[in-house]
Design a protein around this ligand. Sequence first.
Ligand SMILES: *[C@@H]1O[C@H](CO)[C@@H](O)[C@H](O)[C@H]1NC(C)=O
Ligand SMILES: *[C@@H]1O[C@H](CO)[C@@H](O)[C@H](O)[C@H]1NC(C)=O
Length: 458
Amino acid sequence: MGVLLGGGVGAGVSGTHISRRHMRFLIGVAAVLVFGAVLTALNVYELHKLTREHWSKAHVGGDAVAEGRGASHYARPVVWIRGNKKNSGYLMHITNVFHRLGYDQANDGDDWDVLWSHNYPFRELKAMMTNLKPQQRVNHFPGSGFISNKVNLAISGLSFVPKAFRMPAEKEELLAHAKNNPEIMFVQKSNNHRGIKIEKLDALDLGTEGTFVQEFVHNPLLVDGHKFDIGVYTIVTSIEPLRVYIFEGDVLFRFCPEKYHPFDPDVRDKYVVGDDYLPVWKVPSLKSYYKDFGFGMKGSFDAWLRAQDKDTEVVWDAVRDAIRNVFYSKEAALIQATSHYPSPSNFFEMMRFDFVIDDQLRVHLMEANMSPNLSSSHFKENRLLYEQVMFNLLSLISQLSQAYVEHKQKGECRRVIPQPINPDHAHEPANMSGLTPENTFLTEWFRGKCLIDKTFCS
Ligand SMILES: *[C@@H]1O[C@H](CO)[C@@H](O)[C@H](O)[C@H]1NC(C)=O
Ligand SMILES: *[C@@H]1O[C@H](CO)[C@@H](O)[C@H](O)[C@H]1NC(C)=O
């Protein structure tokens, strides 16, 4: 359809007798802009249509189709959006996107097709969660806390997670580790609080139950002297077999308001990212990429890093590897937790993985947020990112868990599990040591598709 439209516009331009070249150029530019706008509209329309088809199929046989919610011939899907202080704004973009895709909003107690719950729903709505209908989908997996719980992640022993010790149980190990590595600084954290402050070990209260002490990344990569973290939106559509995507349309970059050097542990704004972080468009070296070239946050950072003669893919490959390995390491626990529910296909999840990059371009995973805050009340510019994440997420789940359909609809998301295949090596089986039979099967399925159609390789 897009191609036909493009041809039509092109024919229109060459069919007229405008002789002046720049006039033709301008028309070309206008045509490209119109074409882009049409494509965007088509994408939204297609998504709308898919959602509609999906839900009218889901309701076939029921009298919901004939019910008159609006003038349409199909039953509109219903989303129940649930959270504390629901109207304070942090759920606005979620609400907007569901609305634009034609969802009605449920009130408490209504029947619904999608539950979007800010809080983990499996304890509060236990009876409901164990009696889900086949077409109902919930935005969390049972057991997602194995990944988003700060203590669980910190002590997972993964090489890209800064080493951590549980207090008070591992106090002796910590003291021995600190003695052997006197240059290391530490942060004490708990499940409810982000790293508060860097302290010398003797200033920490190592007796506090439920906390852990974690190594501090002392050599962060700096842009114009500022430390930053990156937030990668990650979507899980299935856990058995695993299917996990990261949104690569953009990545959230947040800079510390104060310069890192000269380092002073008493000035938190030098090393902690808070609500009042410094956005990309206020960082002098990135500003022009972002504002003048319209590069987005990730694009601006990549351009800056390339200008230092560094390879940006080193960073992004490490990010994808880290996310892939977190899921593999928690896979058995996730499957086990989900086995108490009627069907794993009722669940999906969108998380934000926060990383710090060091000056050797190594990535360090700091945390995974189960319900990342998508509020743009502080920075209006983030609205586009948040809504794109939501559109891409809903496009992934709008058909029930079919790897093929997901692949076709993955938009700006890139598959990290099953691991992408190098098309030049697709004829050899991939290294699948350590994968479950389900994941092996799906990896093989993608390899088979990749041999026929390169777009399936990644
Ligand atoms: C989300 O972020 C906004 C802006 O930074 C803040 O005002 C709000 O309190 C946050 N909401 C939640 C639930 O964390
Ligand atoms: C396959 O992967 C495993 C674990 O990821 C690794 O230990 C092993 O060396 C790999 N084998 C080959 C042939 O690359």
